[in-house]
Design a protein around this ligand. Structure first.
Ligand SMILES: C[S@@+](CC[C@H](N)C(=O)[O-])C[C@H]1O[C@@H](n2cnc3c(N)ncnc32)[C@H](O)[C@@H]1O
Length: 233
């Protein structure tokens, strides 16, 4: 997969790109890039934003600057680009990221995440250049970079080769393997701590029983509260 983050602050992804699972994914042949559209802007003084028509506080990312930025980065008209790859705007009011969406995105060969800043995007960027609008939830972040890293992290860890153990990303909270339920409890040594013993089934060595217990615990957790499980449809 080629996973690009288009941002005015590409250095903000340096930490993310240095993480072990991201480096593993890159070594396995995937690409994770932070791309700055600003050098391609046709406006003087490297301008990419402007005041909103109608008034109001803050600055809005300009459609012509983003058009030139995407064209400069990809060498095609951004209206065409969205037919070639998934172009996802990070916005507060989009489809909320969940494991179903992550599983969908992991199948893509190429994804571009667009980070907003200031007041956000000119509406024409969203309508003309983007295939999707994705949100982390109903609150407002200062910029799209953290959101992009969350989306990218959730995708990258599911790419083959990213995590050390082949099964690590399988039976996890909200996954299809657990029918959308949260993961069961884990325990490690010591086997007893402050009078709290580890459930004896986990020490039994009976793998079928352990599997049954884990499934049951996941199911119970999923029923514990509204929203505790992901309805995978
Ligand atoms: C300060 S926010 C703009 C908020 C916008 N004026 C509004 O009220 O909806 C700047 C940028 O941060 C990103 N952002 C903020 N909240 C987000 C969220 N919940 N999910 C994803 N991205 C978010 C978006 O890229 C957005 O364009």
């Amino acid at each position: 997969m080629q996973l690009d983050v288009v941002t005015l602050f590409p250095e903000s992804l340096d930490w993310f790109k240095g993480q072990r699972h991201v480096r593993n994914a890159v070594e396995a042949g995937h690409e994770v890039r932070a791309l700055d559209p600003r050098p391609h802007t046709p406006l003087t003084g490297r301008q990419v934003d402007d005041t909103p028509f109608g008034g109001g506080a803050g600055m809005v990312l300009r459609v012509d600057a983003m058009e030139a930025g995407l064209r400069g980065l990809y060498g095609v008209d951004p209206v065409e680009l969205k037919t070639q790859r998934r172009v996802i705007a990070l916005v507060p009011n989009g489809r909320v990221l969940d494991d179903v969406l992550v599983d969908e995105l992991v199948q893509e060969e190429a994804i571009t995440l667009l980070c907003g800043r200031y007041e956000g995007f000119d509406e024409r960027i969203l309508e003309e250049f983007c295939t999707d609008r994705v949100s982390l939830g109903q609150y407002v972040l200062a910029g799209g970079e953290l959101a992009a890293m969350v989306v990218a992290d959730a995708i990258v860890r599911k790419l083959p080769g990213a995590l050390g153990h082949a099964d690590s990303a399988g039976e996890e909270s909200f996954s299809a393997d657990l029918d959308g339920d949260p993961e069961y409890p884990h325990y490690t040594r010591p086997a007893e701590w402050r009078g709290w013993p580890v459930p004896s089934v986990l020490l039994s060595g009976n793998h079928a029983e352990i599997e049954r217990w884990r499934r049951e615990q996941a199911r119970l957790r999923g029923q514990a509260a509204p929203g505790a499980r992901l309805d995978r449809g």
